[in-house]
Design a protein around this ligand. Structure first.
Ligand code: ADP
Ligand code: ZN
Length: 607
């Protein structure tokens, strides 16, 4: 049964007309005192699932969040909405802590954000005893998962909330989706009896693209210039060195880029993050240390210059794009080196066999996504146990790669590797094997008399690039391995035999020669472009928003989202009542900014 009070809060405070997807059910369930485990993709609107019930129920909603660096922004955003919110964490001085504690006990807070390690202190627990708690929200609940990438030991202690406050509803939320993680969260937080709300994990506004890596920096630059000039976005790299190098390169090319990784001191990290959040059009080049809890809604692209370790990681990272529902791109450059490097990292890790097997399986799934000739989204969603249809908004849907029978080509490579080993007791790297196949009499080939091998020249029909492509796919499928010695020599695997003996047909992927990308991206751009007059107003409103945000010391999106400003620019409301109808304009913001906006919307009066 829908709770009228919840809808009233949604409209008045947040300025939204209706709940999205499962929000209504979740809110009703928690308002009624039920426990919930909520799995929703990034950008689907998890925050409202606990913020609205906290406002409807009496008492304070206590939000456990691991993201100290972002609490200030979260609280600022709520304050802008007229919600009474505060946080408790280690960055505050004692006077401020005392003030927040007093306000909580006096029942003057709607929401209180607390870091888990803080919550578990005796001081904090006894504080909570003295006030009235509307609910506990456990954000980023996957941090309780020991297999996950964001494990926080403090999260394990949170199961005691239930023992100490059995009558207070708890809602745990995460964007991490696999069955295994979900069960682990439920078990560790004692939420087996809670209602589980599992949403579709699809992010339809994100366009997935994975390109073959040949000159990554140039490819990245081209992608940024042609498709996302002036946009905010994140570029993920595997290592700190690569982050530094890439950020520097982009800056040299006139792009407003900044580095972020765990090796930078805390102050630099904080100031780079603040610039990314507050200013428009900043590109963050980062390791995966960056991103959790970044709820900047207008990140227009997420680019990967290196292969992520798992599909889960990839989905979390790319999910940071397009939270506002407007078109966004997840772009990745992927090549042979990525496969080799990731395999080596697993082999050389200090983990036990079980760890290596699990990491290996996660990598296989990621490689499968890269090499698929089918819809990327279908693949992704399948990984999270969800069936779907070809999406029409990923590279394989838009520019279908050809699938070709690569059995014979594969046999040629494998037998070259086999002959070198069998007849000569030698092993060589990819470049040399390709030279042999293509019948090139290089110095090395002649020196080793490899032109006398029966496989010499049998592969002249394919180009170097084609062969590298075949090779990469064989390695990705573990039909060939690269040794982690200094030379990267090739060796057969258990799987090679079936291919060599012709017991297995091998369908491979071939990129279409000239992608029709420019035309395609022009089309998406058109979909988001406003008519000229509205565009001018939108730009003016954004400039106004920038000033307000600066004077309040908050990120621009905390004042209004792009989507709201766009709607205003299109609708040109003529009165406060009309402005109030626009999605994202709640009572408080209408009161604070309504007149200023109407001033700007009004056509200039003719003198
Ligand atoms: P998540 O935490 O799931 O990543 P958020 O809670 O940050 O998502 O919400 C994503 C965006 O969607 C936010 O900008 C939020 O204001 C907006 N949003 C959420 N629910 C609604 C709704 N019912 N109507 C309109 N916009 C919404
Ligand atoms: Zn698709």
């Amino acid at each position: 049964m829908a709770d009228e009070r919840a809808l009233e809060v949604l409209r008045r405070v947040f300025g939204y007309d209706h709940f999205r997807g499962p929000q209504q059910d979740i809110v009703d369930h928690v308002v009624a005192g039920g426990d919930a485990l909520v799995l929703m993709p990034t950008g689907a609107g998890k925050s409202l699932c606990y913020q609205v019930p906290a406002l409807v129920r009496s008492g304070t909603g206590v939000v456990v969040s691991p993201l100290i660096a972002l609490m200030q922004d979260q609280v600022d955003a709520l304050t802008e909405l007229g919600v009474r919110a505060a946080f408790l964490n280690s960055t505050q001085d004692f006077t401020r802590v005392r003030e927040v504690e007093r306000a909580f006990v006096a029942g003057e807070l709607d929401l209180l954000y607390v870091a888990p390690e803080r919550l578990l202190t005796e001081r904090c627990l006894s504080l909570l005893e003295r006030g009235r708690i509307a609910l506990f929200a456990i954000d980023e609940a996957h941090c309780v998962s020991q297999w996950g990438h964001d494990f926080r030991p403090e999260y394990l202690g949170l199961s005691m909330l239930h023992e100490r406050w059995p009558e207070v509803p708890r809602i745990a939320l995460t964007a991490t989706a696999t069955q295994a993680t979900r069960h682990e969260i439920a078990e560790r937080l004692g939420l087996q009896d809670a209602r589980h709300f599992v949403s579709s994990f699809d992010r339809p506004n994100i366009r997935y693209r994975i390109v073959e890596k040949n000159d990554p920096r140039r490819q990245l630059l081209e992608f940024l210039r042609q498709e996302h000039a002036g946009d905010s976005g994140i570029v993920y790299c595997l290592s700190r060195a690569r982050v530094e190098e890439t950020a520097e390169f982009l800056c040299g090319q006139g792009i407003d880029a900044m580095p972020y990784h765990a090796g930078l001191d805390a102050a630099t990290r904080a100031s780079n993050q603040a610039r990314f959040l507050r200013e428009d059009g900043v590109v963050m080049v980062a390791t995966i240390a960056f991103g959790m809890g970044i709820d900047k809604p207008d990140v227009r692209f997420v680019a990967h210059l290196d292969l992520p370790k798992s599909v889960e990681g990839y989905y979390q990272e790319t999910g940071r794009a397009g939270r506002d529902g407007l078109p966004a791109t997840a772009w990745m450059a992927y090549g042979l080196q990525d496969v080799v490097q990731q395999r080596r990292m697993i082999d050389e890790s200090t983990g036990d066999d079980a760890y290596k097997r699990r990491s290996g399986a996660m990598l296989e799934a990621m490689l499968g996504l890269c090499e698929t000739v089918e819809c990327r989204r279908v693949r992704l969603l399948q990984y999270f146990g969800e069936a779907s249809q070809a999406c029409g908004n990923c590279d394989t849907c838009l520019e279908p790669p050809q699938a070709w029978d690569g059995t014979e080509a594969a046999q040629k490579i494998l037998s070259a590797v086999y002959r070198l080993w069998k007849e000569r007791g030698q092993r060589f790297g990819a470049g040399h094997v390709i030279d042999i196949l293509r019948g090139k009499r290089t110095e090395r080939v002649v020196q080793h008399r490899h032109d006398e091998l029966s496989v010499f020249g049998v592969g002249a029909d394919l180009s170097d690039k084609d062969w590298r492509n075949v090779l990469r796919q064989l390695i990705a499928q573990s039909l060939l391995t690269v040794d982690h010695d200094a030379y990267g020599t090739l060796a057969l695997t258990e799987g090679s035999r079936a291919v060599l003996k012709g017991e297995r047909t091998l369908m491979l992927r071939r990129e279409t020669a000239k992608p029709a990308r420019t035309r395609e991206s022009a089309r998406t751009r058109a979909a988001v472009t406003l008519p000229p007059e509205a565009e001018a107003l939108f730009t003016a409103l954004r400039a106004w928003r920038g000033e307000v945000a600066r004077s309040h010391g908050v990120p621009a999106y905390v004042i209004f989202h792009d989507a709201t400003l766009r709607e205003i620019a299109l609708a040109r409301p003529g009165s406060l009542a009309e402005l109030g109808e626009i999605s994202g304009v709640g009572a408080r913001k209408l009161e604070a900014y309504g007149r200023e906006i109407l001033e700007r919307v009004k056509p200039p009066s003719t003198p």
